[in-house]
Structure formats: structure tokens, C-alpha cells
Write a protein of this length. Sequence first.
Length: 457
Amino acid sequence: MKLKSLKILAILSLIALSLIQSYLVYNTYQLKKRTLIIDANRTVARIYNTPTIDSIMWLYRNDFLEKLRLYKEEKIDKKILLNELKKKTSEINPLFTEAYQNAFLPEEKELDIDFKKSVSLIQLVDSNNDVEDLITPNELPIFLLGDNFKEENGILINNSTWNKEHTYTKDSQEMYFQLVFKTQIHMNLVNIETSIFRKMLFIFILSFLLFLFVTALFYLSIKNLNQQKRLSEVKSDFINNITHELKTPLSTLAIATKTLTSTYTKQNAHLADEVIQVINRQNVRLQRLIDQVIDNSLGYQEIQLHQEPINLHQLLTDILKDYQIHLAPEIKLIYQLKSKTTAPSYYGDKFFLNTAIVNLLNNAVKYEGKTINITYQVKKDMHLISIEDDGIGIAKAHQPHIFNKFYRVSEKNVHNYKGLGLGLYYTSQIIKAHQGTIEVQSRLTKGTSFLIKLPTL
């Protein structure tokens, strides 16, 4: 329960750290973006107020004033007036664009700033304060100079009004009007995302590496805790199992020793001999138990093989013939040779291979297998030995661990199946010492199948 809580706490901490890191990176991004926009605004304002740009602006202003005079003298209509404005600005726009681009300083050229100037309101106010709207804010602005991008893609940086008093002659009378010419300036930072990313690349990489490092640290810590927990469980299981296995012979020895020292036994030589035989048998059992722990704990590097040519078909036939003698009548061994030929012979250690096969048979019988199918075949330069039973099976969660030393499926201290968790480990080490592999497939209540693969060498 503590480990589970620790895992949850670790995951929550990692999520919190990731959110904080993302928040800081986002804030840095926004700060960089605001700084770029301010720098771009200053750059556009500096360029816009240069004498060259100002002189270009007066080209369309003066032309528009002249066309206004014709309009007020009723020589042209409103449509022609506005078309003439568009025509004039279109003519001078290449000149403006060239001057605008040339006005950037070397350090400002990194910012790709599109400029757009448009007119949103044109009003004429006569001497009687009568107002005539040529363009109203409810209409689409007329594009004047720069790049005609969509205004929603840009940033509004300036609203200005040009007021100009002007006179004209109508019916031989000099008339007066005031021009109200409201304009907007938008700018669009074309590569702002790229510029920010380039400036923040080091921060992005550092943040990503830090996230990977912290994630790996959490993962390794949790993995280490799981391993420690599993090691503790295996240790406890082994102590419980070895204690259980030792109890019977030790209890028997204690009773036999007490019986042997009794007055009645001393007076009965036949009984004394039987008690001594019991003591001897229990001593042998204890010695075998100790030898099993020592021998079956060997790793594959420590196993000394005495290799010789072996006919695996004959070896399996002999093993099963001997093993059948000790089996209960209800348990069936079924052997099948699937290969047409048993050649080539295998070069290995007969004793250790015998031990591995017997361990798997013992395992099948111990876990309630009633029918045990053994098959042998040679396929693709491999000797394949399969041992399949119909016993209780192994849960999928335990299958990756059953070849680990001292590993036994937990029974909550209930010892329905005797063993120290060494049999399958020792079997896997024997097969590995022969340059082979062993695989398991199992389903609960359906049985278990072990497949040994040995290279033909």
C-alpha cells in the first residue's frame, strides 16, 4: 500500500513539475513575443517618420486634394474620386515598398515586418458644418500602401487623422471645405513564431532534456523500489518455504531421538534399529535438501558440461521409461516423435539434460497435470522439445518471472505445492549453458507448455 501511494505521489509530482515547467516556458514565450512586437513597432515608427517615406505619402495626398477640387467643382463623381485615390496609391506603392525595405537597419532585418496603411474615414465639412461622408467606418477600408494582408492577421499600431482646409471655385465663387482623412496602420510579423523559436531553442532543448532526466529518474526509482519489494517478497517466500521443508525431517528427528533415549527402546533392540533407520533416512533427506539448494543455485556460467554426442530421441525415451515407473496410474505420459529422422545428433551433457527434463516433468505432476504430452522434432537447425500438461496453469502476470531464482507463485503462506523456487531456474540455466532457450505458454486451469530449443551445432 505504501509503494502504491509512493507511485501515485511520484506521478502527481512529475505532472506538477511538467505543468510548472510548461507554464514557465509559455510565459517566456509570451515575454519574447511582446518584446518582438514592441521592437517591431518602434522599427515601423522610425521608418514611417523618415523624410523619404513622408515625401512619398504627400504624393497621393496632393493628388487626392487636386481630385477633391474637381469633385467639389462637380467635374468628377464620388466613384471616380475614390478610384483615382486607389489608382494613385497603386502607382506609388512599389516606390514606397522599396523605400520601406531599404530603411531597415542590419540588425532589424531579422524581423520580417509587413506594413499596411489604409483609410477608414473620409469626410468633407463645408463652411456651414455640413458633413459629407465619402467613406464611413462601416465600410471596408481602402488599402493605400504596403502589403495588403488581412487585418485580422496583423496588429493595429496607429490611428491617425489628416485634417486639411482647402478652397475651390464654384460658380465664380471661392468655396471652403475641411478634409478629415482617418488612416490606420497595421503590421504583420511574418516570421514571429520562427524568430521566437530560434531565440528560445536553447530553453526548449534544456527543458526537454530536464523533463527526460526527471522522468527517467522517477522511472528508475520506481523500478528500483519494485525490484526491492520483489526481492523482499522472494526472500520471505524462500525463508517460509525452506522452513516448511525443514520442519518435517527435524520434527521426525526430534521424535526419533526422544524415542531412542526412552527406557523401553533401550530394552528393545528391534525397535531401536527401526528408530536408527528413521534417523538415517531423515539425515539423508536433510542432506539432499541442502544439496538441492546449493546445486540448483548455480548459474549457467558455473555449470561444467561434459559434452558428448547424444541421440535426443533415445534420451527422451529412456527418461520417460524410467519416470513412468514412479507415476500414479492416473497420470499418463504421451511421447511423440514428429521428425522423420532424429539426425543430426546433439552434442551436450546427458546428465544435465536429464535433470532439466525431469524437473519439467516434476513440475507438471506437482501442479496437477494428469496428461503430459512430450514431443520432439528437428526443425530449422533446432532441436525442439515440448512438454505440455493439463494442470492448473500459470497466471500471465507470473510467467515472465518463473525462471527467476527462488521465484514461486505466491500462495499467501499456504504450502499446497512443495518447492523452493529453484527447479525452473536451474532448468533454464542448464538450457542456457547448452546455448539454448526455454519458453513457456500457459493459461489458468488450462495447463502449461514448455518449449526447449537447442541448436543443432
